[in-house]
Design a protein around this ligand. Structure first.
Ligand SMILES: [Zn+2]
Length: 372
């Protein structure tokens, strides 16, 4: 798993005159049959200009060796940044498919990973009981554990009986106090964790009693982020936790996509601060009026882009309609639109569910909620 700060520090590395090789390779189980991914890599290398092949000879050999020996640990995609001259080797195993690509340049090619950060939601998971709490993050179908909070000083409950029953009331209060202090500490630490990592969706897990105490104590801003709850054994492995929370996340994403697509289309039909179709969307992107861009996953639209001002259109024009410069044929205006949206800090939502995706494609495969 990678985070924005990892990519930012990768971009800060001084490569001087050295070249860095950036590889994106689909290594899903089908690709691993007969080592298909390995021939794909070799083809990507062959397609590089000869000077790039020579500049990164050492790195190419190193990656080839790695691809042959490490395949047991692969997930769906593999991302490698390698620069032997600077002793740099960064590897990410991802559970999403990426477009195969091999780039040789003076800086690492990080755009595809920044795109993932912009387009996919991170989910926090809090697994809590009266004295312990574990914190996880789920991103791109993967899970990572970020630590455990334990308060040993919560006293266990004794058996009821005899003379002790008189003191029971006071004792209960004592337990409540310790549990409360524990949960308060958990909430503080969890709140910081969510802020640090910019996590906006949550799942809480644990016994009913602990969760209902927690719900009473959570500040409103955390409560708003909760998308579901479940019960998970407190010593569960992270794989078991993932298995329990994935259906909640998938259900949430599906319902959200459906809602977004319907709202976009309905509002666009009524002319209520929404548009659909690439040309209208691009127009509002140019005016910086897009609040949220909605796109159908893997859908492409051909068109033309102005080399000097960035104007883009599906209309077959020879000169830019804005500045009169030459236009270039572009094979994916969706990418151009996404780029523009990210540049102006608009949200981007990728519609993945096939039914909703088709519905959006009927309206051009792209649309936007507008700012005013
Ligand atoms: Zn132009």
């Amino acid at each position: 798993m990678f985070e924005r700060k990892d990519l930012e520090s990768l971009e800060k590395v001084k490569f001087d005159d050295a070249f860095v090789l950036s590889l994106f390779l689909n290594v899903s189980p089908q690709e691993r049959k007969k080592q298909a991914y390995l021939s794909k890599f070799k083809n990507l290398v062959k397609a590089l200009p000869e000077k790039d092949q020579n500049a990164c000879k050492e790195d190419i050999e190193k990656i080839e060796k790695f691809l042959q020996s490490e395949r047991e640990s692969f997930k769906k995609s593999l991302v490698i940044y390698s620069c032997s001259k600077k002793d740099l080797w960064v590897r990410y195993d991802l559970n999403v498919e990426l477009k195969d690509n091999l780039v040789v340049d003076k800086t690492p090619y990080t755009n595809p990973l920044f795109d993932l950060l912009d387009n996919y939601q991170k989910y926090g998971v809090l697994l809590v009981d009266k004295r312990t709490a574990r914190v996880f993050m789920v991103f791109l179908g993967d899970i990572e554990e970020y630590g455990m909070i334990e308060h040993e000083d919560v006293p266990g409950k004794h058996k009821k009986g005899g003379w002790f029953a008189l003191a029971e009331k006071r004792y209960e209060r004592h337990i409540d106090y310790h549990v409360k202090m524990h949960l308060k500490d958990v909430i503080d630490k969890f709140g910081d964790f969510l802020k640090d990592r910019d996590i906006r969706r949550l799942i809480v897990a644990g016994p009913d009693e602990a969760i209902s105490h927690l719900m009473d104590m959570f500040p409103e801003e955390i409560k708003m982020k909760i998308i579901g709850r479940t019960n998970i054994e407190k010593h569960a492995s992270k794989e078991e936790v993932l298995e329990k929370v994935l259906p909640i996340i998938e259900g949430y994403e599906k319902s959200k996509e459906k809602e977004t697509v319907s709202e976009l289309i309905n509002r666009a039909l009524k002319n209520e601060n929404s548009v659909t179709g690439i040309d209208d969307t691009l127009k509002y992107l140019r005016d910086k009026r897009v609040m949220k861009l909605v796109i159908a996953k893997d859908y492409t639209i051909d068109g033309f882009v102005c080399e000097s001002c960035g104007f883009a259109t599906t209309q077959p024009v020879e000169c830019c309609m804005e500045c009169g410069s030459c236009v270039m044929k572009a094979n994916n205006l969706m990418e151009k639109a996404t780029e523009m949206a990210i540049e102006q800090s608009a949200l981007v939502e990728v519609v993945k569910d096939e039914k909703d995706r088709q519905r959006l494609i009927e309206y051009g495969g792209i649309g936007a909620f507008l700012r005013f």
